[in-house]
Design a protein around this ligand. Structure first.
Ligand code: PLP
Length: 348
């Protein structure tokens, strides 16, 4: 604390990211990164961009990347916003679309950045409990609100909401923005991008950090009605009009264009997930059904915090949240088959 701080800074509760250890020999299953490398075509495109044009500012609109995303999803560039990771895109959405009289609604068990943004932007919120099986019940969101946000699949549970349920929610909630945070959608769900042409209050965010193995590049995006995109552009252009650098723009576009690499790596993660779920169940763990690149598991006889600490002693890091309802769970990122085996060996 310092006398130089703006008064509101001392009341902020910043997000605490998962550990990024300096020791490289740890098996890192704690921050939902992809265990496979990015598309070689994305790496090539970034190498080619390392030239004297770095003297110049990048394209403030990232048009090349928006076009690649538009081609991939069969939508218009005007329906797309891009930013430095979906966290930044979400930040602009909270700022530009959720500051209303009524509270923002999100699940009680969800991505822990949402309350942090509410604190930063002074947004009132209410949490809606997920059910006993940790599933979101869209019927529970039928109450006055200034917006609704949830990840699909949800984090940190991995539980997926079918597209039909999201559409039911949209049919009943027409007066505020519904933001579906699809950070993990490529590992087993159907994207709500299919609905954006019919619901002008739907905004869908995605990231290249997970299914496209580019967490270090920091690229995320939002898709929705051009009016919603315009709100995000207005916030962005009042904050930092060049969010994506030259390397990020070309690397992310090339990653979207390399469908083959994307399909191969996401399928490998899905296959490993199914294998790991079975292996953990065989060792007595209860594992929530996951459509993500991580699983959420608890053991009836083992304390989760102690398990996480013991795993770390053996060189395997997983994520434990000391939060109500979920403090006996571990969130385990799906690794390569070898990394998953190392986890099982450490547990044994
Ligand atoms: C639900 C959810 N949304 C968004 C993000 C942010 O991802 P990024 O900023 O890397 O795009 C994460 C990261 O873990 C996440 O779990």
């Amino acid at each position: 604390m310092s006398k130089f701080w703006s008064p509101f800074v001392k009341n902020l509760t910043p997000y605490v990211p998962g550990e990024q250890p300096k020791m490289t020999r740890l098996i890192k299953l704690n921050t939902n990164e992809n265990p496979y490398p990015p598309s070689p075509k994305a790496l090539e495109a970034m190498h080619a961009e390392l030239n004297d044009l770095l003297r110049l500012y990048p394209d403030p609109n990232s048009d090349g990347l928006k076009q690649a995303v538009a081609d991939y999803y069969g939508i218009q560039p005007a329906q797309i916003f891009v930013g430095n990771g979906s966290d930044e895109v979400l930040g602009h959405a909270f700022h530009g679309l959720f500051q209303h009289e009524q509270p923002l609604l999100f699940p009680d068990v969800t991505y822990s950045f949402y309350p942090v943004y509410c604190g930063l932007y002074g947004i009132a919120f209410e949490t809606i409990p997920v059910d006993e099986q940790f599933q979101i019940r869209v019927e529970d969101y039928a109450r006055p609100n200034g917006g609704i946000i949830f990840p699909n699949p949800n984090a940190p549970t991995g539980c997926l909401l079918p597209l039909a349920a999201i559409e039911r929610l949209l049919q009943h909630n027409t007066e505020s923005v519904v933001l579906v945070d699809e950070a993990y959608i490529d590992f087993g769900g159907q994207s709500a991008i299919a609905l954006v042409d019919r619901y002008p209050n739907l905004l869908v965010t995605q990231t290249l950090s997970k299914s496209r193995s580019l967490a270090g590049l920091r690229v995320g995006l939002a898709v929705g009605h051009p009016d919603l995109i315009d709100a995000l552009e207005r916030v962005k252009n009042s904050f930092n009009s060049y969010p994506l650098d030259r390397l990020a723009i070309v690397g992310a576009a090339a990653a979207f264009n390399d469908r083959e690499h994307f399909e191969q790596t996401r399928q490998a993660v899905i296959n490993s997930r199914e294998q790991l779920v079975g292996d953990l169940q065989a060792r007595g763990f209860e594992v929530l059904p996951s459509a993500a690149n991580f699983i959420f598991a608890r053991h009836p006889q083992q304390d989760a915090a102690q398990l996480a600490a013991k795993l770390r002693d053996q060189g395997v890091i997983v994520r434990h949240f000391k939060l109500p309802r979920i403090e006996q769970f571990l969130r385990i990122t799906i690794g390569t088959p070898e990394q998953n085996q190392a986890l099982l060996d450490a547990l044994a």
